[in-house]
Design a protein. Structure first.
Length: 133
């Protein structure tokens, strides 16, 4: 390996806006990205509904981080916590062989309820990462 091909890590606290490895400062053209808006829907409840949710209850995740519930509805915080770690990945295009690209069902951790949620992509949206961070 040629030592000239290795980009050293940025010093901690350097405050530089240049990303390590690409040598380019962020510009409007290289901070553009596309994300999907998502809808998370209660697909089925195989046990008893402990938290009062029903099949069809849902929330949407729009514009990267805007979580919305239908007027007058609720969504169980434990069900939300179980699906939340996967949503950022589901907002992005994934490799065809990636298991997360193929799976869209997630379960609530309550063993009495056995609530299953389905994550649906609803809209593809062009965004600028500089507006989000």
């Amino acid at each position: 390996m040629d030592d000239g091909d290795v980009t050293p890590p940025l010093p901690e606290g350097s405050g530089s806006s240049v990303e390590a490895g690409d040598g380019q400062a962020p510009t409007a053209s290289n901070t553009e990205m596309e994300l999907y808006d998502l809808r998370v829907v209660v697909d089925r409840i195989e046990g008893r509904s402990v938290c009062g949710m029903e099949v069809g209850d849902c929330f949407t995740l729009e514009r990267s981080a805007h979580l919305r519930l239908p007027e007058g509805r609720h969504f169980c915080v434990y069900a939300l916590a179980s699906v939340l770690p996967f949503l950022a990945a589901k907002q992005r295009d994934l490799a065809q062989g990636d298991w997360l690209a193929q799976d869209s069902h997630f379960s609530c951790p309550d063993p009495e309820e056995r609530l299953v949620m389905r994550v649906e992509r609803t809209r593809r949206r062009r965004m600028n990462s500089a507006d989000l961070t």
